[in-house]
Design a protein around this ligand. Sequence first.
Ligand code: ADE
Length: 246
Amino acid sequence: MMKCDVVTLFPEMIHPVLAQSMLKRARDKGLLDVRVHDLRDFTEDKHRTADDHPYGGGAGMVLKPEPIFRAVDAIRAGGEPLRLILTSPQGRPFTQQLAFEFGGETRRLVFICGRYEGVDERVREGLDPEEVSIGDYVLTGGELPALVMIDAAVRWVPGVLGDPESAKEDSFAGTLLDYPHYTRPATVRGLAIPEVLTSGNHEAIRDWRRKQALLNTLKKRPDLLEKPGCTDEERKRLEELNSKRK
Ligand code: ADE
């Protein structure tokens, strides 16, 4: 069971995504518990102001610190240990490794969704959250990043994917991209599936898939093959494939 909280100025960006597909199924099965907190519920003024103009001037709005502190206090009051995450393009890069870690985390994951203009710096000083980025581009806010991280993490919670092997076989689980997949019909618009897949020879299929995964990686993401973690067998097969290509 993965437990998380999303602290956001835009709860309506979060709810519909949680109500679909695998995230919905994971919640229905009791494998994912997500609570969404509206920052405006933690404001104290009549207008429920959760952001304000930056001191020193400049464009955009900055998320006010107190509503965030209060929201985290309220979550803390539940007594469970927490792991605080601040979504930010300045954060450490989110990877499959971190998705795996979040998926197995026993503490509640508290995602504090930043706004791209900024979050009052005292949130970092006061809460010392882990700052995590989903990539080197700037989004308008942290809602999509929080959902991306929850989605990638929940796949590692046992029981969420029908087949527990699925997550392990995916791209990035090792260092390789995935092999090509096919479903019915066997021929579409003159395009046939590779014969080996209907051969019933499981060893040949496994071999073919491994080779295709390597070729795919070589073609689309050769940088992944430079990384340590590529197994000796993968490296050897890669060299074979490479020499054949020349
Ligand atoms: N907020 C804005 N851009 C972001 C990014 N790339 N990752 C995480 N949070 C963000």
